[in-house]
Write a protein that binds this ligand. Structure first.
Ligand code: DLL
Length: 434
């Protein structure tokens, strides 16, 4: 059952008419209710009545994470506090978190979007859904929770942590669906196998993995070890949480964006020019329906490309490609742009190398160094040192070939890189600290 099939399959003309109507009402609201937006719009001389077509979006100012920080904590909210029924906060890598707010209607919209997300993966009433995303200020746990309830399926609100206990619940409660970060899925596979659980014997059928970058190779690994279909789900707290984009089962080639609620653009992160469909750039999102915390042209910093061609599943919603990284956490190593996911792709193509790695960036004198710490299989590790050296050199060569950057590879024992029960910390950039 697809919940809101009407909005998922609208002909483009009708969808755009709806988007324009919603955009006009949004701009009207933020101009009158949020001093920050009024100031920004006045600065560029745009009034709400100037928004006559979707193309006029380009005249509106961007909003950045820095703007949210500058208005900390509640300066960007568009309704009085007594209309706000929920606060969450984004994880925030530096300093204070960014609070985000929901009215009751926002929670209804979010639940509906999450029900649509789950339905895109074939989830229905009668399914049992194991939610191992963290519950709390993070939007993952509660976002999924309300979506499952809206759909009428059964929730197991496990949250993060207690991995061995989670394995027991997967065995005993028989969930058919699992939701967690891709790195935690691999950790569950590892612990489950250690405890003798045969995932093929569980009832798990489909998983919703997101909240951090991952690759096709990791997808294949999760699918084969957990014996399920692994779908990529995208979202960010500032925009709503999970429930912004989801792959459908028919075509795991891009994530459908819920365009009836979020208006996408792809821009060049340097020139800020809008890019045509198919070009890779930074995703910018405008929330069309949110009441408490609306955003105009929010720069997500997530790098992807957009495709408006129809999907075999029948949805007319545009698709974004699996995220390629972020325009702000992109590492620049001696002048070369490096996305951690590119290094991961190289590592995962090498037999004997585990999908657990960490990148350590340092500066020696004026030179950046990038060390790739990666776990290898037990069997390799018990080999003689010579064999390990040859393997390390091989990886160094392949990374050099692929990325044109020289790195130092350090092979470490299985399980020596700290596991995370939420998002994996892939990059340690020591250049910023000292
Ligand atoms: O991670 C919301 C979420 C929860 C999404 C559960 C999916 C599942 P934040 O903590 O605000 O919100 O982090 C948002 O995480 O801007 C991306 O850089 C990254 N991210 C989210 N989903 C994906 C994905 C949640 N599927 C930030 N692939 C975003 C790659 C992702 N990166």
């Amino acid at each position: 059952m697809i919940h809101d099939i009407y909005h998922e399959t609208l002909p483009r003309g009708e969808l755009e008419a709806l988007q324009l109507k919603r955009l006009q009402s949004l701009v009207e609201r933020v101009y009158h209710l949020v001093p920050f937006y009024r100031r920004r719009m006045d600065e560029v001389g745009v009034k709400p009545e100037h928004i006559q077509t979707l193309g006029d979006l380009e005249h509106l100012p961007f909003t950045t994470k820095q703007d949210l920080r500058d208005n900390y904590p509640f300066g960007m909210f568009a309704v009085p506090m007594d209309h706000i029924v929920r606060l969450h906060a984004s994880s925030g890598t530096t300093g204070k978190p960014t609070p985000v707010a929901y009215t009751q209607r926002d929670l209804d919209t979010w639940s509906e979007l999450m029900a649509r997300t789950l339905a895109a993966g074939g989830v229905h009433r009668g399914d049992i859904v194991h939610i191992a995303y963290g519950y709390g200020l993070f939007t993952g746990g509660l976002g999924f929770h309300y979506g499952v309830e809206r759909l009428g399926a059964t929730v197991i609100p496990v949250s993060g942590g207690q991995t061995r206990r989670q394995i027991m619940l997967i065995k005993d409660f028989g969930p058919t669906v699992i939701c967690c970060t891709p790195s935690f899925a691999l950790y569950l596979a590892e612990v489950g196998e250690e405890l003798g659980l045969k995932f093929a014997d569980t009832r798990l059928r489909v998983g919703f993995f997101g909240a951090e970058p991952w690759t096709e190779t990791i997808r294949q690994e999760i699918e084969s070890r957990l014996h399920l279909e692994a779908l990529d789900i995208y979202g960010l707290s500032e925009v709503i949480g999970p429930g912004v984009g989801i792959e459908c089962l028919e075509m795991k080639h891009g994530l459908h964006l819920f365009e009836d609620h979020f208006l996408p653009e792809i821009i060049d992160p340097v020139s800020l020019e809008k890019l045509p469909p198919g070009d890779t750039g930074e995703l910018v999102l405008t929330t069309l329906t949110k009441e408490a915390f609306p955003l105009l042209r929010y720069r997500t910093r997530d790098v992807t490309a957009i495709d408006y061609t129809p999907c075999r599943c029948g949805r007319t919603l545009a698709r974004i490609q699996r995220l390629k990284g972020r325009s702000d956490d992109m590492l620049i190593i001696r002048g070369v742009n490096v996305f951690p996911s590119q290094i991961e792709a190289v590592l995962l193509d090498i037999p004997g190398v585990a999908p657990h790695y960490q990148l350590i960036v340092e500066r020696e004198g004026h030179l950046d160094t990038l060390e790739v710490m990666v776990e290898v299989d037990e069997s390799l590790f018990s080999d003689e040192v010579k064999g390990l050296q040859i393997l390390a050199q091989k990886i160094e060569r392949q990374i050099k070939d692929f990325l044109t950057v020289s790195v130092k590879v350090r092979l470490v024992e299985p399980r020596s890189i700290p596991r995370s029960e939420g998002k994996a910390q892939r990059v340690i950039d020591k250049r910023k600290i000292g």
